[in-house]
Design a binder for this molecule. Structure first.
Ligand code: MN
Length: 232
């Protein structure tokens, strides 16, 4: 049987050191996984543990590390925020994954931006409604090339930064994550069957803030990569 319309393209990310692609299935995101960011957003990390939301896979935009790439400033916001995050690429499927086995499910890592319409997100929070208008818009997830897990060191101690027009705005370390990578995989796998191709954005350190058209945002994760976008 043929399709009645042209099937949409599958989102895929290049893998460093290969000429192959990592095909993306789902994009899970952790909210408030760094205590200092939870506090800057007005929450008590001791009272409210991290949680998950999703972005559509086609919201990803792969950014080459050596090419400043234009990303559109999205409509319907006047308060677009950057959030730099470590991204975990899942390499095999499973449910109820024990934390001490979770790293076997990791294919690799990337660095990404969880771009957020903060004004729309705050309205949805106030109304106790879902966050899609704030989080799931087109091109809301610029992301680097994937590096394989065996090509990087101990990911629980990586410096993660965001520069806005050359000025350091976010500076954290993955050792500040409330849910570790293995903890997040284990927790998530109790609620969803994880599959090869899933990505997990693991939350942002503190220092988030607004960006405007014309800004250059540089996202970096130690040993994994960096990229720059220009908002237009
Ligand atoms: Mn985020």
């Amino acid at each position: 049987m043929s399709f009645v319309i042209t099937p949409p393209d599958r989102t895929a990310l290049p893998v460093a050191g290969t000429n192959k692609l990592f095909p993306v299935r789902r994009v899970y995101c952790i909210g408030r996984n760094y205590a200092a960011h939870a506090i800057e957003m007005g929450h008590d990390p001791n009272r409210e543990p991290p949680f998950f939301f999703c972005k559509p896979a086609d919201a990803l935009r792969h950014i080459d590390s050596n090419k400043l790439t234009a990303i559109p400033y999205p409509p319907k916001t006047s308060n677009l925020h950057y959030e730099v995050e470590m991204v975990v690429a899942i390499g095999k499927g499973g449910v109820n994954i024990p934390e001490n086995e979770a790293m076997e499910y990791v294919y690799g890592y990337a660095v990404g931006l969880d771009l957020t319409r903060r004004d729309r997100q705050q309205e949805m929070k106030d109304l106790a409604r879902p966050w899609e208008l704030g989080k799931a818009f087109d091109a809301s997830a610029p992301i680097s090339t994937v590096v394989t897990a065996d090509s990087v060191g101990a990911i629980n101690n990586f410096r993660i930064t965001l520069e806005q027009n050359g000025e350091l705005k976010q500076s954290g370390n993955t050792n500040q994550m409330i849910w570790s990578v293995s903890g997040a995989i284990s927790y998530l796998s109790e609620y969803f069957r994880l599959e090869a191709g899933d990505l997990i954005f693991t939350g942002t350190p503190d220092g988030v803030g607004p960006a405007v058209a014309g800004d250059i945002l540089k996202a970096s994760l130690q040993d994994v990569g960096s990229f720059s976008i220009k908002l237009i």
